[in-house]
Design a protein around this ligand. Sequence first.
Ligand SMILES: Nc1ncnc2c1ncn2[C@@H]1O[C@H](COP(=O)(O)OP(=O)(O)O)[C@@H](O)[C@H]1O
Ligand SMILES: [Mg+2]
Length: 164
Amino acid sequence: MTFKICLSSNCEISVKASPHILISGVTGSTKTNTIFDILLSSLSTQRGIGARAYVIDGKGSDLASLKKFLPVAITPSQAAGMLRVLTKDMRRRYENFSGEFGKTAADYMDEDGRSVQQVVVVIDELAVLLRDPKIKGEIQRYLFELLVAARQASIYVAASAAKR
Ligand SMILES: Nc1ncnc2c1ncn2[C@@H]1O[C@H](COP(=O)(O)OP(=O)(O)O)[C@@H](O)[C@H]1O
Ligand SMILES: [Mg+2]
């Protein structure tokens, strides 16, 4: 089981040291491209952690075309539904794997050497999803729970937000 995502020869992310990522910048500052690189590298078993990936694209634009290959949410209610499932998955992992101090879910192996798959959630243009006042609170609650507790469940969140 590896815990590093390699973006280039001199840029590696350790998911244990930096489990969650926020990419912030003005329009055109390569937020979407960076988040796409993180997604592709995470999926790879050579350059990354062989993750199962989930995609949320607040603008329903660049990353939405991945829907043929990966679960993709584009509306606030779809995003809330996806985050709800991931939060439940996180709680289930805690029930199954909470134990020794400092260990993550992916550190545990069964007798055949198998472990849970690490999960990466990428969210492009997070702020757009918070425009719906009814769903905003629900999305924020799930995100808060994931950001506080998901690392030990081997679930990682990378989000982008435009800076004005
Ligand atoms: N790795 C890169 N190196 C150089 N230029 C890039 C790179 N990634 C993206 N760009 C250029 O920057 C433009 C904006 O990138 P994008 O990721 O869409 O920005 P943002 O999401 O911040 O608006 C792209 O259309 C492309 O021309
Ligand atoms: Mg973008």
